[in-house]
Design a protein around this ligand. Structure first.
Ligand code: DOR
Ligand code: ZN
Length: 356
């Protein structure tokens, strides 16, 4: 491996928002260019709550794929207070739904139908433990009395820690960890507990929300935290421990939905995902740990085969476009990608689609 080029087993994205319709068609090529598979979040409107919904959504994703590109969408269901334990048997039998996502009701974008209290879904969690179906968690309390920067740590203390004790056989992914408390909890938990880490939480601290003015394109949930937390995440991601793996949480919104009186949470990173992770790992002097984090640990946790083909990255500076167009939209309302008009230090070497 030269320091100008790195070759990796093709990575997977273990946490991704693809949306639907014109937005799906516009963002999917960015992910499919880099990743073999992605865990697809179910927070559509209405949310994907049944295997039958997921079957239709998966077909729409496959139909939106550019010709000749191989990509496997790994579907998830959205847990609600009324999810039935019978649905878990359908998940197990489906072969294409790989997990269920728990959003505390009101925690983030399209979470209104989420779970109001964990105890309401205990029969479903028992069925998931029995059928070995992973639970993916948005780990933030919604209690308005809790400071927004403390919501992850308080969630761990109040809800996650008791949950891990109550369901010792349940595989759990604490999604997009943002704090030292998150990294530490997962590091010390048993092997059935893992975490995804986004590129933006590895690269930015909360100063980025206010750099020279209010920066809506750096607003996501859980919100960016202070530098000490970013350092803890970088340390976890580059630790080589199989509990930590790549999940971009790339979450596209139209420009005016973010540059607004009440801007949506979500950062779009899919256009440069693996390159941004390479930047973060280079910063930590740990490029040799990138392949485990990006290509092995997630597949192993989900008990799926590791990918067989490879990608190549080159240390070459390029500039991110100002907008990513949405097929049906006016260009003024297109997606503003992470690092718009700014340099990225690594670049994926394009391969002919036939190589896959
Ligand atoms: O920033 C976020 N955006 N966090 C989430 O949890 C949801 C996501 C979205 O769907 O836009
Ligand atoms: Zn997400």
């Amino acid at each position: 491996m030269s320091d100008r080029r790195i070759v990796l087993t093709r990575p997977d994205d273990w946490h991704l928002h693809l949306r639907d319709g014109a937005m799906l068609a516009s963002v999917l090529p960015d992910t499919a260019r880099q990743f073999a598979r992605a865990i697809v979040m179910p927070n559509l409107q209405p949310p994907v709550t049944t295997v039958e919904h997921a079957r239709g959504y998966r077909a729409r994703i496959n139909a939106a794929l550019p010709a000749g590109v191989r990509f496997d969408p790994l579907m998830t269901l959205y847990l609600t207070d009324s999810t039935s334990p019978v649905e878990i048997e359908r998940v197990k039998a489906s072969g294409f739904v790989h997990a269920l996502k728990y959003y505390p009701a009101g925690a983030t974008t399209n979470s209104e139908n989420g779970v109001t209290e964990l105890k309401r879904i205990s029969a479903v969690l028992t069925a998931m433990e029995k059928h070995d179906v992973p639970l993916l968690i948005h780990g933030e309390v919604t209690d308005p009395a809790v400071d927004v920067f403390d919501r992850e740590a308080v969630f761990i203390e109040r809800h996650l820690s008791p949950l891990v004790d109550a369901f010792p056989g349940l595989r759990i992914v604490l999604e997009h960890i943002t704090t030292r408390a998150g990294a530490q909890f997962v590091a010390e938990a048993p092997d059935n507990v893992a975490a995804t880490i986004t590129a933006h939480h590895l690269l930015l601290n909360r100063n980025a929300l206010f750099a020279g003015g209010l920066r809506p394109h750096h607003f996501c949930l859980p919100v960016l935290k202070r530098e000490t937390h970013r350092q803890a995440l970088l340390q976890a991601a580059t630790s080589g421990r199989p509990k930590f793996f790549l999940g971009t949480d790339s979450a596209p919104h139209r420009r005016h939905a973010k540059e607004s009186d009440c801007g949506c949470a979500g950062i779009y990173t899919a256009h440069a995902a693996i390159e941004l992770y390479a930047e973060a790992f280079e910063q930590a002097n740990a490029l040799d740990r990138l392949e485990g984090f990006a290509s092995f640990h997630g597949a192993d946790f989900y008990r799926l085969p590791r990918n067989a083909d490879r990608i190549e990255l080159e240390r070459r500076v390029w500039t991110v476009p100002e907008r990513i167009g949405i097929e049906d939209g006016d260009s003024d309302d297109a997606i503003v990608p992470f690092r718009a008009n700014q340099p990225v230090l690594w670049q994926l070497v394009e391969q002919p689609a036939l190589n896959r």
